[in-house]
Design a protein around this ligand. Structure first.
Ligand code: TRP
Length: 332
């Protein structure tokens, strides 16, 4: 039997290059060898967007389009909508008994987000608990592997703890899942921030037009200490070269640019123009596939309806086992 993957994304915006290198690339690669489930996590998105549900609603389709555009194939991967699988909410409630408040608030990703969102002492309880519902997302499908960005590793760690606790209290029902992070752990933002993020306004989106891409690349942060193109520049950690290394398949060109940059023999404009061409070559087929599917609502709806219905069957089977193990299967 094939091993299983479960992973997902909050539908709060379009997906960017950081998502691609961190996780999407692995999903496209692994969908042939794994039984893969990908979740559009609208319930989790609501934990910090409950006042703007229309934003979440709108982005379900954007995320689906991004998935399909990069090559996640619905005939190989089951794509589902989280809120339409109520068994996940049910399992979350059982899991809440198995974690302490203190442990949830110690999760480094949750801590960072609480700071970033400025919740102060008014942390919505649903938000603080989302790692527990994420454990339910993963285990209701009994996933072996979870391809995610590096920031999600603490969630998988927490899931493993919950699994161990559940299994030791009620009997072996779940496997302990493993996280799988992309080769490129963290893609810097175009502003030089160590991380590309939707809320940081420093992202290149998979759906950016040629013009948007050009503008972003030409405005990218480079070596701040290099004033003139004749000054020797720094290549290490310079976002323009980080991107060249990842997205420019012409390694000779990249080496030549690096050499000349270090010697003060190339201007930023040339380095950026070549990066624009490499990124545009990478993004063009993604953009084309996306626009081919955009507006085909019947096709898109069908993918989600069928995927969710298939996924729900798996979740229901798991809950039968869970209730039996927990001795709450009262009437057979
Ligand atoms: N927390 C993930 C994010 O912010 C989304 C997500 C929800 C997820 N459920 C998941 C990821 C289960 C992996 C597995 O992008």
């Amino acid at each position: 039997m094939k091993k299983r993957i479960l992973t997902g994304d909050r539908p709060t915006g379009r997906m960017h290059l950081g998502h691609f290198v961190g996780s999407l690339k692995n999903r496209v690669k692994l969908q042939d060898t794994y039984d893969q489930f990908v979740m559009i996590a609208d319930v989790q998105a609501l934990t910090d967007n409950f006042e703007t549900p229309e934003k979440v609603r709108k982005n379900i389709k954007e995320v689906l389009l991004d998935y399909l555009a990069v090559g996640i194939d619905p005939t190989k991967t089951t794509i589902l909508v989280q809120s339409m699988i109520p068994e996940i909410a049910e399992l979350t409630v059982f899991y809440l008994n198995l974690v302490t408040l203190e442990r949830v608030l110690r999760n480094p990703t949750v801590k960072d987000e609480i700071k970033q969102k400025g919740f102060g002492t008014n942390i919505p309880a649903g938000f603080a608990m989302y790692p527990v519902s994420q454990a339910a997302d993963i285990t209701v499908f009994n996933a072996d592997l979870v391809p995610v960005g590096e920031d999600q590793v603490p969630m998988i760690e927490q899931t493993r703890e919950i699994v161990r606790k559940f299994n030791s209290l009620y009997g072996e029902v779940f496997v302990e899942p493993e996280a799988l992070v992309g080769e490129v752990k963290r893609l810097p933002g175009i502003d030089g921030n160590i991380k590309m993020g939707k809320s940081l306004g420093n992202s290149i989106y998979l759906s950016d037009t040629k013009d948007e891409l050009k503008k972003k690349v030409m405005g990218m942060f480079t070596d701040p200490n290099r004033i003139h193109s004749t000054d020797p520049g720094k290549v290490e950690g310079n976002p323009v070269f980080v991107y060249h290394d990842i997205f420019n398949p012409d390694k000779k060109e990249v080496e030549d640019l690096k050499k000349r940059y270090k010697e003060g023999k190339v201007g930023d404009v040339e380095v950026k123009e070549k990066l624009f061409l490499a990124l545009d070559t990478f993004l063009t087929p993604i953009r084309e596939k996306r626009s081919e599917l955009e507006g085909k609502n019947d096709v898109l709806d069908k993918i989600l309806i069928e995927g969710t219905s298939e996924a729900r069957k798996v979740a229901q089977e798991t809950m039968i086992k869970v209730k039996k193990a927990m001795k709450i299967d009262y009437f057979g």
